[in-house]
Design a protein around this ligand. Structure first.
Ligand SMILES: [Zn+2]
Length: 422
């Protein structure tokens, strides 16, 4: 935290070590940008080193803003960057200028990280953006800072507007800020602002007074840690996984992102069992090996189903469509109904991606155990059997009971399994 960040090459090297470990030195099957996301955004909360380093560096800005902290280093930084007290009201171009003037690698890292954060969260082309060191407000291709204007309280683009959303005239401007300034200077700036065609919402601006840029709000939000910044960087990297699009096509799903969020987090809520979580994760991300895939990459000679040997073995076929698994699901539903009096229905989507139940969430665990049994049977080259899967479910129940008992948490156990008891 107190040293310059490792070089890009070094970070890459460390990252490669980590990812090679995760994927067992084989090709990564889920993109880095995805696996670093939170569970609901289809990730595994893997650490993104670059974002992590940047977030740590930004915590120094919070310490700088914190008035209760009066350490000596604050004098040092003030000496290095006399303008630092204007940090909250300067645009990001300030960092570019600063990078040229300051040679201290540590502070360059801190301000580069801050610059990246602002590019993520601040809407830099709005009337709420800073007017000084704003990359969109340039005279002779350079962003500007007029100290005499700044001293009169001119800080943000909205300062140049009338309350009705029109731009101030020269005399109105001089009167408003009690300022004497050459009109060429004024027209230079106002011309730039006019060309931006910004939306001026008077009520919104009134509501947000006194105004603090978003990054200041974010930096002062928590007292410690870099999580707030880290989340911003990670969110920025999010792209909808291809697997989600593929599932939507295959299963004819017409769903939005909030549906996927629920679906992605489902199995992480249902169980702490790492193997089951990983098993489901692979299904959702479509990276669980089936003959269709193995044949494509030349590991098996056939793409046909391991059970029926008639149809191509896709995830849909293997877990739902095959005649050898069809009866497993039928038997399971009958079993639920006869033994526990619970009448639920299942479809392809529920089985493959899980179903969000209000009261019946334990069924997701059971569905998962059944799927695991099907997959294990495939790997062992035998047919799935409902009698055996039933035994596995009962065994799983007793294992969990033992663990919860050992942890002295039978209350949670009973709540979890209240619908089904053996
Ligand atoms: Zn089959």
């Amino acid at each position: 935290m107190t040293l310059p960040s490792p070089s890009k090459e070094k970070l890459k090297e460390i990252e490669n070590l980590l990812f090679n470990f995760i994927w067992n030195n084989k090709t990564a099957r889920v993109a880095k940008n995805i696996i670093c996301q939170s569970y609901e955004y289809s990730g595994m909360r893997m650490t993104c080193l670059d974002s992590f380093c940047k977030s740590l560096k930004i915590t120094w800005i919070r310490r700088y803003f914190d008035n209760s902290c009066s350490s000596q280093w604050k004098h040092l930084i003030k000496d290095l960057i006399p303008d630092i007290s204007y940090l909250a009201i300067y645009g990001v171009d300030f960092y570019r200028k600063f990078k040229k003037e300051v040679k201290n690698a540590f502070w360059i890292d801190v301000f580069s990280a801050l610059s990246d954060l602002r590019l993520c969260i601040d809407n830099l082309t709005s009337v709420l953006s800073p007017v000084w060191y704003n990359q969109d407000i340039c005279i002779n291709n350079k962003s500007i800072c007029y100290r005499s204007w700044l001293k009169k309280g001119i800080q943000f683009v909205f300062d140049f507007y009338n309350t009705d959303g029109t731009l101030l005239g020269y005399h109105e401007f001089c009167t408003k800020f009690d300022l004497k300034t050459p009109f060429t200077l004024f027209f230079g700036v106002i011309d730039c602002i006019r060309k931006l065609h910004l939306n001026y919402d008077y009520d919104n601006i009134q509501r947000s007074q006194p105004f603090f840029p978003k990054f200041v709000q974010l930096i002062t939000k928590s007292k410690q840690g870099g999580r707030d910044f880290y989340d911003v960087f990670i969110n920025q990297k999010y792209r909808k996984p291809k697997s989600e699009i593929k599932w939507e096509n295959i299963l004819n799903l017409n769903v939005d992102n909030s549906w996927w969020k629920k679906q992605n987090i489902l199995f992480f809520k249902i169980t702490n069992d790492i193997q089951l979580r990983w098993f489901n994760y692979r299904i959702i991300h479509r990276i669980l090996a089936t003959n269709t895939f193995l044949c494509k990459i030349g590991i098996t000679n056939t793409n046909l189903c391991s059970f029926c040997k008639i149809y191509p073995e896709t995830l849909c076929h293997l877990f739902w469509e095959c005649e050898f698994v069809e009866n497993i699901w039928e038997n399971a539903l009958i079993w639920f109904k006869e033994q526990f009096g619970i009448d639920i229905s299942l479809n392809k989507v529920d089985v493959l991606l899980g179903k969000y139940y209000k009261y019946y969430n334990i069924f997701n665990l059971i569905i998962c155990i059944i799927k695991k049994h099907i997959y294990r049977s495939r790997s062992k080259n035998c047919k799935p059997s409902f009698e055996r899967v039933k035994e596995e479910i009962v065994y799983y129940f007793h294992c969990e009971k033992h663990i919860y008992k050992k942890n002295g948490d039978m209350e949670s156990f009973n709540k979890r399994w209240n619908l089904i008891m053996f």
